[in-house]
Design a protein around this ligand. Sequence first.
Ligand code: PLP
Length: 361
Amino acid sequence: EQKNFSGGPGALPLAVLRQTRDAIEALPETGLSVLGMSHRSAWFRAVLDEAEQNLRTLLGIPSHYHVLFMQGGSSLQFSMLPMNFLRGTKQRAEYIVSGYWSAKAPPEARHEGPVSVVWDGYDGGYTRLPHADELPLSRHAAYLHYVSNETVEGLEFAGVPGLPDVPLVCDMSSNLLAGPVDIERYAMIYAHAQKNLGPSGVTVVILRDDFARRARGSLPTMLDYRTHIDTRSLYNTPPVFAIYVLMLVTRWLRDDIGGVAAMADINHAKARTVYGALDAHPGFYRVHAERPYRSSMNIAFRLPDAVTETLFLDAAKRDGFHGLEGHRSIGGLRASLYNAVTPEATAALAQWLTDFAQRYG
Ligand code: PLP
């Protein structure tokens, strides 16, 4: 049992790790290592098709949405989005800035056209999310962009912001596949792997067809969504290994867990366990997010002082709990409870948090 609570790389389910280990040696279907498989093989076409189909089944993605497997991470999406859908329009793009990651997106859009930051939580230290009546939204915006789960600060939107007529674009890097999504509210959703989806190297983009067709002007081929739509994610050499493991992860979620609604129940129970342990010692543990905005994926928290935080991390590692350091931008501590973190590992962490507070609190 691996107790990996890292906010960057999520753990992979044990069953998937075992299948991956075997596939590195020899795939059951081909007798060859997955690392040596051609991306032009019929085998890989079937992997891509199953990965796409599993995502469609899990999330209820309708046929007028494309599912693309891309590279460049979510950071490249910060640029591609405005290149395709802001450049050459006379509109403004709207951005909600609610944390470290959503703050990275507007500067990229400013290269392409006018941008309105409709809400910025920086002055409040990114401890909460905006309410609908705090967002001065325009019906004429090119799109509204937000991040559904702020990985660093541990803030998660409970509802969906935006106006019905304005294309809504969401970075779901740290909570896609953690629970159900109302896909049809969105023009575009993207999420990198390395959290709930699989190992890094692939980024999933879910794109509504009529929105995709709005892209204008001449773009570099690789940076034009239409290239990836027209070639079904096989314009150039894709990350075969990452997509293969993503396919295994979606199979696991479908067959072993029973889908994203079941996954959400498990995740919420996990989060309750850890928040419960932290809240039981309020003078010792301090959760970064205000209560209504707490994330079920990433729990950022502090201890009374830096010395105790260092002591905490050393002791945790010694006892087999890994990845509990906070993001380098804010420091402190963070427990990430991505899909593959088991209820057992979570319960063990909660007990450990309780013991640590009793000893040092
Ligand atoms: N958006 C969010 C919400 C993230 O959590 C991350 C990385 O953790 C990124 C964007 C950046 O992703 P990448 O490193 O794939 O560019």
